[in-house]
Design a protein around this ligand. Structure first.
Ligand code: ZN
Length: 435
C-alpha cells in the first residue's frame, strides 16, 4: 500500500473507541527485571479517542455514541519511535561487504546525491514514511541529505500524514564527494529558513543535523553549536563513536579534543535535545558528560551487527538510551527486528535484555528523552492517539509458541523475537488509520 497524497488518507470518526490488550509503561523498567511494576497491561480494555487524542482508558464498554473498533485478543502498543534512521538510504539497505567508512563511500554517498532533485526527494520521503508506518513506527528522528529540498520533502510528507517527525538538513562541508557538500554561510541560511518554516509547525520539529565530526569543518561545527545555543527548543542529531577506524580518524582531525564526544561538546552540541547515534566507543568521562547534559544515545543494534561496528554497553549506560533502526546500515525498519538484535548483542556481552527494556526504549523512553512524553510513547489520557495493533502471533510457528507462553514477559518476549511488520494489524496516527 502506498499513499501519494493527502486525499488518500481515510478520515476517522471524531469519537471512536478501540479494544485490545493494552501495553505501555508508567516508568522505566529496571534492567534485568522480567517482572516490573513499570509495565501497565490491561487485557481487553478500551481506549477512547476524540479529535486525535486519547480521552479514556477503561474496562467498561463505551456507550453507543462511540464508533467501536474491536481488536479483542490483539496486542495494542503505542506507535514506535525510531530515533535514528536515514530516509535516503532505503535503497542501499543490505549492501555487501564493508565497514562504516567504506560503506559510506561506496554505497551511501552515491545514493544520497540523487536527492538534490526535488522530485526524487519527495518520492523518497513518501516511500520512506509509508514504510515506517507499515512497520509500526509512527514517530522518527530522521536524517535526510545535505540538500535543503530533502528536508523540505520530509517535513511536507510527514505533515500530510500527521506524523511527529524530527529532522533537519544534513551539515557536511568536507570529506564528501561533489554534490554532497555545503558551505558554512549557505548552510546557516538554509537552516534558519527551514527552522522558521517548519520548527514547531504541526507535529514537526527541527534538528540541527551534523552528519558526523569528520564531514564538518570546525567552523561549521561552531555554527551548528551557535544555532542550538540560540534556540533551546531545537533538537540536534549526529553520529558518535560508532566504529574504531572512525574514532581514530576523528582523533587525527581534532587533535585538541579530549575525545570524539568532546568535539561536539566543546561547541555546545551536546544538550538535552541531542540524539547521538551509536555511542559504542565512549570512555567513562564521555558517559558522564552525556548523562550530565541530559542527551540520549540512539542504540542501533541491527546496524552495529551488520557493519561489524561493535557491541553497545547498554546496561552500563547511565544516560537515556533509545532504540533505532539506522537503515540503511541497519537491516530492517522494524523495531521488533531491532529489539531482537539488541538482545543478541547483550547476549554476546554476557548480559540479558528484557522485552520491557526494549519496548520501553522504543516508546516511553524515547518520548521522554525527546521531551515529548506528554504527546507520544504511551496510551494515557491526554496523549496523541498514535496507536498500533499487533497480532500476538503470525503463522504456525509463532502461534504454537504463543499458545504455551505462561507469564506476560514470556509471551511478550516471544512476540518481540518473532514479530515483524506482518504482525501489524492496524496503525493510527493522531487517530487516523494509516493501513
Ligand atoms: Zn546513521
Amino acid at each position: 500500500m502506498s499513499f501519494t497524497n493527502q486525499e488518500k488518507f481515510v478520515d476517522s470518526p471524531r469519537r471512536w473507541a478501540l479494544r485490545g490488550d493494552l501495553l505501555d509503561f508508567t516508568a522505566a523498567p529496571r534492567w534485568g527485571d522480567t517482572e516490573s511494576s513499570a509495565v501497565r497491561f490491561d487485557r481487553g480494555h478500551w481506549l477512547l479517542v476524540e479529535d486525535g487524542r486519547i480521552v479514556g482508558r477503561q474496562a467498561a464498554e463505551p456507550d453507543a455514541t462511540w464508533v467501536r473498533k474491536d481488536h479483542a485478543g490483539q496486542l495494542v502498543l503505542p506507535g514506535f519511535i525510531d530515533t535514528h534512521v536515514h530516509c535516503p538510504q532505503l535503497e542501499v539497505i543490505g549492501s555487501y561487504g564493508t565497514e562504516l567508512l567504506d560503506w559510506l563511500k561506496r554505497y551511501t554517498f552515491p545514493s544520497e546525491c540523487a536527492f538534490a532533485d526535488p522530485a526524487r526527494s519527495r518520492a523518497g520521503a513518501e516511500v520512506f514514511l509509508d514504510a515506517l508506518l507499515a512497520s509500526g513506527t509512527t514517530s522518527a528522528v530522521v536524517f535526510p541529505t545535505v540538500h535543503k529540498v530533502s528536508a523540505e520533502a520530509l517535513f511536507g510528507s510527514a505533515a500530510a500524514r500527521g506524523m511527529r517527525l524530527v529532522t533537519g538538513k544534513v551539515l557536511m562541508d568536507r570529506h564528501a564527494p561533489d554534490g554532497l557538500r555545503d558551505d558554512v554561510v549557505q548552510a546557516e541560511k538554509d537552516c534558519i529558513d527551514l527552522i522558521s518554516r517548519f520548527h514547531g509547525r504541526d507535529r514537526l520539529a527541527y534538528a540541527v543535523t551534523v552528519r558526523f565530526a569528520p564531514t564538518s569543518t570546525p567552523e561549521q561545527l561552531a555554527m551548528a553549536g551557535a544555532l542550538c545555543r540560540a534556540d533551546a527548543s531545537l533538537y540536534m542529531q549526529t553520529h558518535v563513536a560508532e566504529n574504531r577506524a572512525e574514532v581514530a580518524w576523528v582523533g587525527e582531525l581534532f587533535p585538541q579534543a579530549r575525545s570524539y564526544l568532546d568535539v561536539y561538546d566543546a561547541v555546545g552540541l551536546v544538550h538535552e535535545r541531542s540524539v547521538l547515534a551509536h555511542g559504542i566507543y565512549l570512555d567513562p568521562h564521555d558517559r558522564v558528560v552525556i548523562a550530565d547534559r541530559g542527551a540520549q544515545v540512539a542504540h542501533c543494534p541491527s546496524s552495529n551487527l551488520f557493519l561489524g561496528s561493535g557491541l553497545f554497553d547498554w546496561p552500563g549506560a547511565a544516560f537515556n538510551v533509545s532504540l533505532a533502526s539506522d537503515v540503511g546500515g541497519g537491516t530492517s525498519l522494524s523495531l521488533p527486528r531491532n529489539m531482537l538484535d539488541a538482545y543478541k548483542i547483550q547476549a554476546l556481552r554476557g548480559e540479558r535484555m528484557t522485552a520491557w527494556a526494549a519496548l520501553h526504549a522504543a516508546t516511553r523512553g524515547a518520548a521522554e528523552a525527546l521531551q515529548l512524553g506528554g504527546e507520544i510513547g504511551g496510551l494515557s489520557v491526554g496523549q496523541t492517539a498514535d496507536i498500533c495493533v499487533w497480532d500476538w502471533a503470525a503463522g504456525p510457528v509463532a502461534e504454537a509458541r504463543d499458545a504455551v507462553a505462561r507469564e506476560l514477559h514470556e509471551r511478550v518476549f516471544a512476540w518481540m523475537t518473532l514479530a515483524d511488520e506482518r504482525n501489524l494489524a492496524a496503525c493510527y496516527v493522531a487517530g487516523r488509520p494509516m493501513l
